[in-house]
Structure formats: C-alpha cells, structure tokens
Design a protein around this ligand. Sequence first.
Ligand code: MF3
Ligand code: CO
Ligand code: CO
Length: 250
Amino acid sequence: MSDNYKESFEKTKKAGEIAAGALDEVAKIIKPGIQTDEIDKLCYEYINDNGAYSAPLFYRGFPKSCCTSTNHIVCHGIPSDKTLKDGDIVNVDVTALKDGWHGDTSRTYEIGEVSVKAKKLIKTTFDAMMKAIKIIKEDVFLGDIGATIQNHVEAEGFSVVQDFCGHGIGRHFHQEPNVLHYGKKGTGERIKAGMIFTIEPMINFGKYETKTLNDGWTAVTKDKSLSAQFEHTIGVTKDGYEIFTLSKQQ
Ligand code: MF3
Ligand code: CO
Ligand code: CO
C-alpha cells in the first residue's frame, strides 16, 4: 500500500471495525418487543467502550447516536420509545469517530418472521451494494458504481432512492465526492487510489420518491412502500478495494 494513504486506511479501518462491531451487538438483541431507543443506547455504549465517539450524536442537531429506519422509513429515522414488532424491517446506521477518523456502516435487520417480499427487497439491496463494491479499483468512473446498483435493482422491479447518496468520508463525516446509487457507465469522476467513500444504496419496493417528515430528519417513501439499505465504508486501491466495515462475525 502506498505510504500516502497508509495512515488514513489504517485509522478508517479501526473506526470501521468499531462501527461494524456495534452492528454485531445490535444483531444479538434486536427482536420483537424492543424499543429503538434500546438500540441507540447499545450503540452509544459499545462505541464509547471502544474508545470512540458516535458521530451522529449532535451532528447538525441530530439527537441520537444512530439512525433506526423502520419499514417505509428510507433513512435518518430517530430512535425513540417505538417498539419493534414481528414482521418489521429496520435499518440501523452507525458511525464511529476514532482517533480523528470516521467509519460508517448500516444493515437492515429482519424482526421475527418477515414477508417474502421484504426478504427479497433486503437481499436485492445487499447484493446491489456488494456488486458495486466488487467493481471498485483506480480509474473506475463513479457513474459505473451507480449504474451497477441501478441495473441490478431495477431488474428485480425495485427502485433506487435519488435524494440521498454515498459520500467521501475521513476526517469529516461527509465530504466529497457524492457517490450516487444510480447513473450511467463511463460518466462522472474517475476514482483514485487512496480515496475513501461509502456506498449505501436505499432501495424502495415501490417508487423512488421520498419526503422528509416535520422532525426535519425522518425520510420516508412517498408511496409508503418498504425501503431497505446497507452501507459500507471502502478504500480504493490501484487494483481493487478494501472494505473497512466488515463484520468479524459474518
Ligand atoms: N450515517 C448516515 C450516513 O450514512 C448519516 C446520518 S446523519 C445523522 O451518511 F445525523 F442522521 F446521524
Ligand atoms: Co454514510
Ligand atoms: Co451511515
């Protein structure tokens, strides 16, 4: 690895492992009957216990340590006393800030027994993210990443949210470039070795449009259809990529 980005990769990996570890802990407790606030508390404590800080807490006024986005909530759901019930799907999104560097990751969990259509949406979302990650290496176009996700998702009959995107990440939580989850091959910026960004597609069962609720955060599908999301933080190398937010348990 080039000395130019050795430090940023190592530090992002440390932050990313803590974020992934928090999601592994969530997997152990998440079930029908728990409140999303309990997930928030667990994430706060796990990240703190590992010598890091929960980046969402107070970020632009966000009140909690993670986002919990249930069913038709696309992203930025705020943990509360809301109880999860059998058949729900919920995305938990955590970001650890460790030693000045961020690691950002999310997974969509199934609560109890979920519908066949919810399972298919979740699988398609995960597969689209992984398919896009696998094409990453120096000089690939950002548009190739978006097109890979869009093609995979639309072939299954689902739609890609356009109002939110992946992002560069490092010393800042959100920085250049914007990583769109839709687009055309051969368009946009060419990615370079040493770049670090997230891929975090939000995929809707119905139409792609979203709206934000009066709390200023919670984004929902306009047609109230289900929405799923996964997110990894990735570093670009000359010949490929490194995923910094892999679970040790998966
Ligand atoms: N973790 C989210 C992302 O993937 C951002 C959450 S911002 C917050 O970019 F303020 F809502 F936490
Ligand atoms: Co992100
Ligand atoms: Co995130």
